[in-house]
Design a protein around this ligand. Sequence first.
Ligand code: NAI
Ligand code: OAA
Length: 333
Amino acid sequence: MSEPIRVVVTGAAGQIAYSLLYMIAKGDVFGPDQAVILHLLDIPPMMEVLQGVVMELADCALPLLRGVVPTADPAEAFKDVSAAFLVGAMPRKQGMERKDLLSANVKIFKVQGEALNEYAKKDVKVLVVGNPANTNALVCSKYAPSIPRENFTAMTRLDQNRAQAQIAAKAGVPVNQVYNVFIWGNHSSTQVPDASHAKVITGPNTAISAADAVKNEAWLLAEFIATVQKRGAAVIAARKMSSAMSAAKAAADHMRDWFRGTEPGKYVSMGVVSDGSYGAPKDVVFSFPVEIKNGKWSIVQGLPINDFYQQLLTATGKELEEEKAEAFSVINS
Ligand SMILES: NC(=O)C1=CN([C@@H]2O[C@H](COP(=O)(O)OP(=O)(O)OC[C@H]3O[C@@H](n4cnc5c(N)ncnc54)[C@H](O)[C@@H]3O)[C@@H](O)[C@H]2O)C=CC1
Ligand SMILES: O=C([O-])CC(=O)C(=O)O
């Protein structure tokens, strides 16, 4: 058993954290041999609620959990952390787009970027979940210049998991028989769920394209895309609150793969600072298919993209550039 690592979860008294903390503390993310000390950040009015979460974590009697630090002080929360789940932010309500949260949330990520810069380990891996996640991650990275930009990522794994589940249901196979469906661009309704490279496992050493498995190209190009793009809003309409259990699972998946790597030939979606690959605008946080080895992600290169998807990629990239401009005008106002 190695030394415990320190992991911060912000918004620790909120709904996503309620599921996520359990997954981290029981070893789903950093593995069964990695002990953790959890730093729980929330705002001062939530400290009593947070104490309840601390009590429940103790009552789970989890052997990998070696300490819990509940706090409202970013300096204490980010001190020496190796991984940061930035969840704490306002969620949207019915009828809103995620970018409508920019003015409420973007300043949180400036403050937390500064705190990461000052107090976290320099190799900290940061996952931004709070919406609008891509632009918040970009802002956070800008205010943490001493930490490499590739250490700041935004969550599009929930969208990928949704896409995988839709294809599995349509093809009539378990979800783990579907791979290489991924998400381009923004975690917003302009995101591009791309099944054109996806495969469905049909036997011990055989796989066919998702198109052949679902036998319905029109569905893949229209209803599938729209369902994934609008799934967050559909959950809000039904639950009157935004996705939480599935968001926590996706955050755990994202960080697990980042720390522990992806299987050869299998891609995952991550919002990362764009280098302009596939014609995406540079210097926005854009979701790409990535492969991960030794704790480092790299964008999968050379995938053929047809005109249909290219147009959608251009539109989601444009939205990210607009969000970026708005975010910095809010910060500078
Ligand atoms: N990227 C994605 O796929 C997804 C993102 N989200 C986003 O995640 C965020 C959190 O969602 P929920 O947990 O459902 O919300 P919630 O309202 O249940 O919890 C948010 C928590 O953050 C805390 N908080 C607010 N400002 C903070 C600050 N400056 N520092 C630390 N904590 C702070 C609040 O007090 C609250 O306890 C929302 O912005 C939501 O839209 C939700 C689902 C999926
Ligand atoms: O839809 C929302 O506002 C929450 C979210 O990001 C999602 O469920 O994908």
